[in-house]
Design a protein around this ligand. Structure first.
Ligand SMILES: CC(C)(COP(=O)(O)OP(=O)(O)OC[C@H]1O[C@@H](n2cnc3c(N)ncnc32)[C@H](O)[C@@H]1OP(=O)(O)O)[C@@H](O)C(=O)NCCC(=O)NCCS
Length: 333
């Protein structure tokens, strides 16, 4: 039976480095507070207005294709995970397809925030398994920096996020080849939707945007950090163990864990709970902050580049985020 596998990874981050000290010039915070609570030292922001998530994705996709040894023109489907699409509509996947010169290639946007890459991976895996497409570019890309409140009122959220993009190119296994993507498990619970959300502009309101909404700060992301922390540290280990158990594996079979990079403390807590060694965990939050849908493929792309994993290694990925949504994926490289 045809299954799916990773053919190549690529990533791209903007060149502008924004340190914690840079943020401390804009609002009341400190390098010490940010590092202690989150592990973040710096993040990347787009260099100027006019750069969207699809622009960051272009070099990431090209790098993934180069690493896979195939042309960009071999891509026959795009899945673009983002919570910060270039525009409200159409989706960033359409813009990306045009920028890559892929007219006619279907482009699906996935709006599942920090779990977006795992949701996209499950779709790509299903498409490839059923023979629908042969080269699926699964992209995570975010431009957060244009949507954060850089004042004291928004400091809890503004310190967390960064811009970036990454791509995993997937294709079918050859005859007799072991599957690459072993399993993907995803979940959602909308009872937590308003614990981490962006309220306006909203099509649920008429008009969608008013001066009052701006004055009431509804145009900025709002987060109940403690609740998110609580849910993440419960749901991530739960889904990781669930996907492992279904595949007859345990944490000791895992060569590399690539958790979503929301907060280093969340990931440390999860690893402690599962007694998983820190040296087998990917962390790049200190350099990039939370890049939401891009964080898992960005982490894996860098880990491959650094030679931290090689062919045949078993990789576990896990995410939790707004929605609430969460999931885990088990892959053999
Ligand atoms: C956001 C987070 C780091 C805050 O840490 P915390 O220990 O919960 O901190 P609190 O919200 O209790 O705030 C503690 C104090 O720091 C202050 N504070 C908040 N943001 C601050 C900042 N950037 N700089 C300095 N002080 C800050 C608060 O105002 C509060 O002050 P007070 O005690 O005088 O009221 C933490 O809750 C977290 O990481 N949650 C998960 C968030 C997440 O993962 N989001 C993305 C999900 S995908």
């Amino acid at each position: 039976m045809t299954r799916s596998k990773f053919l190549g990874f690529g990533h791209y981050v903007p060149t502008k480095v924004v340190t914690n000290d840079d943020l401390a010039k804009l609002f009341d915070t400190s390098d010490e507070w940010i590092q202690q609570r989150t592990g973040i030292k710096e993040r990347r922001f787009i260099e100027h207005s006019g750069i969207g998530a699809s622009d960051l994705a272009v070099p990431a996709v090209k790098m993934a294709c180069e690493n896979a040894g195939v042309g960009v023109d071999s891509i026959d489907a795009i899945i673009f995970a983002t919570l910060s699409p270039d525009f409200n509509f159409p989706g960033s996947g359409c813009f990306l397809g045009d920028k890559l010169g892929l007219p006619g290639v279907p482009a699906l946007d996935v709006r599942n925030q920090c779990s977006g890459f795992l949701y996209s991976l499950q779709i790509a895996d299903a498409w490839i398994r059923c023979g629908m497409y042969r080269r699926v570019a699964v992209v995570g890309g975010e431009v957060h920096s244009t949507g954060l409140d850089f004042t004291d009122a928004g400091r809890d959220v503004a310190v967390l996020f960064g811009d970036g993009a990454a791509c995993a190119l997937l294709g079918p296994t050859e005859d007799g080849e072991e599957p690459g993507v072993l399993d993907v498990e995803i979940h959602a619970d909308g009872s937590g939707a308003k614990e981490l959300w962006l309220e306006a502009p909203a099509s649920a309101y008429m008009p969608r945007l008013t001066k009052e909404m701006i004055d009431e700060r509804k145009i900025w992301p709002a987060m109940n950090g403690k609740q998110v922390f609580r849910w993440a540290t419960k749901k991530m280990p739960e889904v990781m163990l669930s996907v492992l158990e279904r595949n007859g594996l345990s944490m000791s079979d895992i060569d590399l864990l690539v958790p979503h990079q929301a907060n280093k403390r969340i990931n440390e807590f999860v690893c402690q709970k599962l007694e998983f060694p820190a040296e087998k965990v990917v962390h790049n939050i200190e350099r990039y902050g939370n890049t939401t849908a891009a964080s898992i493929p960005l982490g894996l792309s860098e880990a491959i580049q650094q030679g931290r994993v090689s062919s045949g290694d078993t990789v576990l990925m896990a995410a939790f985020g707004s929605g609430f949504t969460w999931g885990a994926a088990l892959v053999r490289l």
